[in-house]
Design a protein around this ligand. Sequence first.
Ligand SMILES: Cc1ncc(COP(=O)(O)O)c(C=O)c1O
Length: 418
Amino acid sequence: MSATTDASMDRLALHGGRPVRDRPFPDRALFGEEAERLVVQTLRRGWLYGPGGPMMASLERRFAQLYGAAHAVACSSGTAAIHLALAALDFEPGSEIITAPITDAGTIVPIIYQHAVPVFVDVDEHYGMDPADIERKITDRTAAILAVHLFGSGSDMREICEVADRHGIAVLEDCSQAHVTRLDGRYLGRWGHVGAFSLQQSKHMTTGDGGVVITDDDAAAERMRLFRDKGWERGRHGARSYPMLGLNYRMTELQAAVGVPQIAGVRAIVERRASLGARLASRLAAVDGLRPHTPIPGCEHSYWLFAFEVDGWDAEGFAAALRAEGVPAAPGYTGKPIYECMSALAERRTFGSSGYPFSGGDGRPAVTYGPGLCPVAEGVLRRQVTVWPNEAFAEEDIDDLAAAIEKVATLLARAVSG
Ligand SMILES: Cc1ncc(COP(=O)(O)O)c(C=O)c1O
């Protein structure tokens, strides 16, 4: 029987009512027989090291093909991928990188390790980076805009690239949450100079941990290959050569063996998520007090997370009521903007007691981060609830999710009014 017609709708499960959902939602089924075959083949080959291995080379070739990019460079994580993209630019210490306030720490940490200062711009109603705020925050120290595509949908790359072109600034894209997702028919990650992807467990395709960068720029690709490999220029005879600084951010053959077979299917995963997400969004759009996250016009939504805002209720209480109804839910993704979550920013805890690169000097004031920096983002996070349907859900699972959210909204509204 449909959850919407039975007695489970009378009282919140939190208050002793019957939960809308009494069985778990489906798990993702990511790794099929081909992944098993390639992992076993790799083990039997006895070569797990990425350089010189066929799996990493195959992953890079197929990933580049998928996105129509000249180069793909595989690495150990999304954080590493963003670090590669930044290192490709070779900017001066003390430069500024404009980026998003709602994101994972993996977007921010590499900026600081490249001795640059993250400059946060506020979000628009679609949770993308506000192009007007980007333009306001450009200074003579701005080295790049690092655009973040949140929850499976894009920042407005049309406008962001226009602003960047006007000022002669590079654009990098963090596509960790938005694999093979199109804006105006072009994949996110193909608008900027470099697109960076995380292949961490929760992502549209995953190697447990892992990352990839894509670019058409030969010189940037070469710098990124060196940077992930301690700066080592391999394949030369005689003394070793390390023409640039780098870290060890290499992907292993086992990671690549798991990733290779997913590349052909990741777009189908995105399309399935887009369809299920749209179904849920249209159900919730009709409910008073709820605002499902919408993409910017012209952009797909691949629903890495499904977010909605609640008006008039506390997001934490709403998420707790949903969990009692049998729906895994959380308030506000990161809870607070990333500049409040990270002590490196909020308290300048970086390198020893230096506070570097936020300590100012040379006639510049110290950089401070705190509440009020991005008021729209701060408000969104206070009102936001997230749930995480995946491509293994059936339409009925989505309908249960919708019924539970609708029930919580309706009964909480009744409690408030009566
Ligand atoms: C937007 C975004 N950027 C960067 C990262 C960092 O990726 P990783 O965890 O693979 O280092 C993540 C991972 O969750 C992310 O969601």
